[in-house]
Design a protein around this ligand. Structure first.
Ligand code: NAD
Length: 363
């Protein structure tokens, strides 16, 4: 009989609320341990999730032979070192997006997972959001003909609705050495760069303007408005991401005050997907237009939490069946290249060919 996969959740902050969901009641895995520098937080979460062990020192987690996998939910500057150490200790790793601050860090992570023969999943959950998964299925099946363009709208507003996000959770994102880039284009944007690749393929070049808006001067800023354009490899397919922060926009949400609207145009149809993080548009989350008809997909699971549950299940399946997780280290690295190239384009004020900026990964 298969042994239960014992997981340690490392970092019991804001997002752990959703990352825990897929483990609770899972027949093959359980939250065996929790770890946070803040022992009080760790104790509270251990109680909530029924974890047996509580740690405040990550090195003790790595020395616990009962732990099979770690779920890393910590600030970005820790992703690389914690991942590499976990791989060396023989633990499977699910690490939050963005996987790392630099490509050199991503390389170390990929190498550590390969060398130690453990699974490495970059936990970018948008590619597990059921309406996006269905959209990909339809695009791949030719429902809208050949896809030609994608438009991704990222709309952030005032965090006066949804869940509570503390100052501690926001503040490390204001430090580029910890966050790796700005809170919208680099941090949250990683989801959208990932989605653009997931739905339509590899990216050849990118051109971007990324501006900056102070929210609370000296304390909090957004890397927006931003316009990012790209061309897909070996094709006449293009994409654009439009990132807006609307300071007085009240967003209907259970989570962050941030919403998404996506449009994919093909040679014979168009597809719209909306409402991943929030609920601005009260319409079906997936709509397809073709042959003069509008098809509404009404019965898809479409809460943002569903994408977390499915992403966690994917990690468990990968460990259980010895398969590659969705967005393994190599794929996560491709998304990181795209994100970093967009930022570089804005800084240099020029178009960036991604493979010229970053060397391909060694095989
Ligand atoms: N998938 C998503 O949609 C999504 C959404 C939000 C955040 N995230 C990602 O999740 C991660 C955590 O973000 P958050 O918003 O929950 O942050 P947070 O600040 O709320 O939580 C981070 C936690 O990590 C703990 N921590 C820091 N250093 C540690 C260490 N050395 N050992 C153990 N614990 C340590 C902190 O005490 C804190 O409790 C980030 O990588 C972030 O980008 C992903």
């Amino acid at each position: 009989m298969l042994k239960t996969i014992n997981v340690c959740i490392v970092g019991c902050g804001r997002i752990s609320t959703l990352n825990s969901l897929g483990y609770l009641d899972h027949p093959d895995a359980k939250i065996y341990a929790v770890c946070d520098l803040d022992e009080e937080k760790a104790m509270e979460k251990a109680k909530e999730w029924g974890a047996e062990k509580i740690y405040s020192d990550y090195y003790e987690v790595l020395n616990d032979p009962n732990i099979d996998a770690v779920e890393l939910l910590v600030p970005h500057h820790l992703h690389c070192s914690m991942t590499v150490k976990a791989c060396e200790a023989g633990k499977h790793v699910s690490v939050q997006k963005p996987m790392a601050l630099t490509i050199e860090e991503a390389d170390q992570m990929v190498e550590a997972a390969r060398k130690n023969k453990v699974k490495l999943k970059v936990y970018e959950n948008f590619v597990s959001y059921p309406p996006y998964v269905k959209a990909k299925e339809l695009i791949d099946a030719g429902e809208i003909g050949d896809p030609i363009s994608i438009r991704i709208k990222l709309n952030a507003g005032k965090q006066d609705t949804g869940w509570e996000v503390t100052k501690d959770t926001w503040s490390w994102r204001m430090n580029e050495e910890i966050c790796g880039g700005g809170p919208l284009v680099f941090d949250d944007g990683y989801h959208k760069f990932s989605l653009a690749r997931y739905l339509m393929g590899d990216i050849e070049k990118v051109s971007a303007w990324i501006d900056r808006t102070d929210v609370i001067p000296g304390e909090f800023y957004e890397d927006a408005p931003a316009m990012i354009m790209w061309k897909y490899k070996n094709s006449k397919k293009y994409g654009i991401m439009d990132v807006t922060y609307s300071k007085d926009l009240h967003i209907n949400t259970d989570y962050y005050a941030c919403d998404e609207r996506v449009e994919v145009t093909g040679s014979k149809g168009v597809l719209w997907i909306t409402r991943c993080t929030a609920k601005m548009l009260q319409i079906p989350t997936l709509i397809v237009y073709r042959d003069g008809k509008t098809i509404n997909y009404e019965d898809l699971r479409d809460d943002w939490a569903d994408s977390f549950i499915d992403s966690t299940k994917n990690f468990i399946e990968a460990i259980k069946n010895d398969t590659e997780p969705l967005l393994n280290g190599e794929e996560g690295r491709e998304v990181l290249k795209f994100a970093l190239a967009a930022i570089e384009s804005s800084k240099r004020k020029q178009e960036i060919n991604i493979d010229q900026l970053f060397t391909p990964i060694k095989n």
